[in-house]
Ligand binder design. Structure first.
Ligand SMILES: [Zn+2]
Length: 264
């Protein structure tokens, strides 16, 4: 599943390859609205941006193509727009013959065309600060956490607190910060919360680096390059710090992994 680091890798690859490109035509087979085809043709791709796990292709004339990859989507450039895979759901033909493809085996990804204002105000409403930007400050994070009764893990997964952190990195950050994922945020000490803020930034920065390395050839991620995890998906295995067994519990309909020895 593409998490924030993978989405960032996808954006960087696109940004380098097609910023400034002219879109001749867009064909929507599935996963996209009719407006994508109507609005994209004839416009220039001015910028590729990311907000949380949302990808924003900024086109000329104040139009944005908004994409969410969900569970299995991918968005990448191909040398010839006609030579796409059978799982291509939206195909942009670029001047010069290249293509941008939204690919998704499971047909869960979503693409829409909106005005810049529409999508910006929608994402401003839904999403908290971007964890890899200057808007994510320690003071703001600690103040918000101190006022929250949400269990630590659910607080981190709530997009209005931090944009797009995701299940794996929320678990890893809480392990490194030695915080029990079940503990209400308001009961975690300010010192631990300040530590957690810095850990979120470093965990995500490391994860972006490994995702970018794994995405050297766009279209797929090499799993052997994946981020080294301490607790995620390691139920029953010994903790690398204290040797107690990693535990898995359900939280908010998803699995949380943690070490009951290290995380209090
Ligand atoms: Zn441990």
């Amino acid at each position: 599943m593409p998490e924030l680091p993978e989405v960032e890798a996808v954006c960087r690859k696109l940004r380098g390859a097609v910023t400034g490109a002219r879109i001749v035509e867009a064909r929507v087979l599935r996963c996209g609205t009719a407006r994508v085809a109507e609005e994209a043709a004839g416009r220039t791709l001015k910028a590729v941006e990311r907000r949380g796990k949302h990808i924003l292709l900024r086109l000329s004339g104040g139009v944005t193509i908004h994409t969410h990859l969900r569970m299995s989507g991918n968005l990448y450039v191909i040398p010839d727009h006609r030579l796409h895979s059978v799982y291509a759901r939206v195909i942009f033909e670029l001047r010069g013959g290249q293509g941008i493809v939204l690919e998704d085996k499971r047909v869960l990804a979503r693409m829409d065309a909106l005005s810049d204002d529409e999508i910006n105000s929608r994402l401003d409403r839904e999403l908290g600060p971007e964890p890899l930007s200057e808007s994510f400050t320690s003071d703001q994070f600690v103040a918000r956490a101190r006022g929250s009764r949400q269990p630590a893990k659910l607080f981190l997964l709530d997009q209005s607190n931090v944009a797009g952190l995701g299940n794996i990195y929320a678990a890893e950050a809480l392990f490194r910060a030695r915080i029990d994922p079940r503990k209400a945020m308001a009961r975690v000490s300010p010192a631990k919360l300040r530590g957690l803020h810095g850990i979120i930034v470093s965990v995500l920065s490391d994860a972006v680096e490994s995702a970018v390395a794994a995405y050297a050839g766009p279209g797929a991620f090499h799993s052997e390059e994946s981020f080294p995890v301490a607790v995620y998906d390691r139920e029953g295995e010994p903790c690398m710090t204290c040797r107690r067994r990693i535990v898995r519990i359900p939280q908010g309909g998803r699995s949380t992994y943690f070490c009951p020895g290290c995380q209090r």
